[in-house]
Design a protein around this ligand. Structure first.
Ligand code: ADP
Length: 303
């Protein structure tokens, strides 16, 4: 009889334990079920702005929801950036394409009646637009390489020689703006010569673009506190406080109306910044509207 009671007791305990266990398991799995449901909703609605509801109780679960929410945030940001990029690129390509089409139409309708001068004008315009589009595409390719995290091919580069090259180029590009050399130290850095040249040329190009005739653009290279500094200083229109934090963003142009037609798509500085950072350096700016701007590249000298 005792043995019977024992077996029955064990059996009852087991059943109760199993029941309680099942209830507890279900209770603890319920939040996971909720997470799954919400995740499904997000997928079905293709709505990355939704977030999982916070769970207060379990530590592991709240960490899981936080992590998933963080991931969703990141995905949403990337997705929006992608959409903005496509919109910006289309917008930038539309203007030159419209100009090209207009000119081609004119041409088709009667190039025999056009004067030699008109034809030259049209060709020059078309050439300009094609150059602009090629530059845009090249810039975009470079930025997409940057996003993919390509490594630069780094060699010792005489930065002063690169700066001198850019200075000579600026002399040729300038019309009515004085181009000068300030302090000119010598410096060797580890880097990609072509990219560094491109960076400084972008800065020079901007400085000339945004400085009215009679102004000055000055290039300098000097050492300070373990850094090599290259500065491009202009006495141009300057950049307002509101624009200053944004000028390194892709496709950002301060005062689009004023600067449209001057060529750039607003990619120059974002490329310059990427090149600086890919060299372990920085690109900084100081500017006062109406007085001028100074862009400074900070690099570590080669040991
Ligand atoms: P953009 O092709 O328009 O020159 P950038 O990326 O090179 O594009 O520059 C972004 C914006 O920063 C420019 O549209 C301009 O408003 C401002 N900017 C850049 N350099 C200068 C400068 N030296 N002086 C005044 N504004 C500048």
């Amino acid at each position: 009889a005792i043995r019977y009671a024992l077996v029955l007791g064990i059996a009852i305990t087991l059943v109760i334990a199993a029941g309680v266990g099942a209830v507890m398991a279900r209770a603890s799995l319920r939040p996971i079920d909720r997470i799954t449901q919400t995740a499904l909703q997000i997928t079905r609605a293709e709505d990355l702005s939704q977030r999982l509801p916070a769970v207060e109780t379990q530590d592991e679960l709240s960490r899981l929801t936080d992590t998933i929410n963080e991931m969703l945030g990141r995905l949403q940001k990337l997705f929006e950036q992608q959409q903005r990029l496509v919109a910006d690129v289309s917008h930038e390509l539309r203007t030159p394409l419209t100009t090209l089409r207009g000119n081609l139409d004119l041409f088709k309708r009667g190039y025999t009646s056009l004067s030699r001068e008109d034809l030259d004008d049209m060709l020059a315009t078309m050439e300009g637009e094609v150059t602009r589009m090629s530059r845009l595409v090249a810039d975009l390719l470079l930025l997409s390489k940057a996003d993919a995290g390509v490594q630069l091919d780094k060699q010792p580069v005489e930065l002063d020689t690169v700066l001198l090259d850019v200075y000579r180029q600026a002399l040729r590009m300038a019309s009515g703006v004085k181009v000068s050399l300030g302090h000119e130290d010598r410096a060797v850095v580890l880097g990609d010569r072509d990219r560094l040249h491109q960076l400084l040329l972008n800065l020079a190009d901007n400085a000339l673009k945004y400085t009215p005739a009679g102004g000055e653009v000055r290039f300098s290279l000097y050492h300070r506190e373990g850094w090599v500094l290259v500065s491009v200083a202009d006495t141009g229109v300057g950049i307002s406080k509101e624009d200053l934090p944004h000028i390194f963003e892709r496709f950002y142009r301060a005062d689009r109306a004023r600067t449209s037609g001057r060529g750039g798509a607003g990619l120059g500085l974002s490329i310059a910044k990427w090149i600086a950072e890919a060299h372990g350096g920085q690109l900084t700016v100081e500017s006062t509207p109406g007085v001028g701007s100074t862009f400074t590249l900070w690099l570590r000298p080669a040991a």
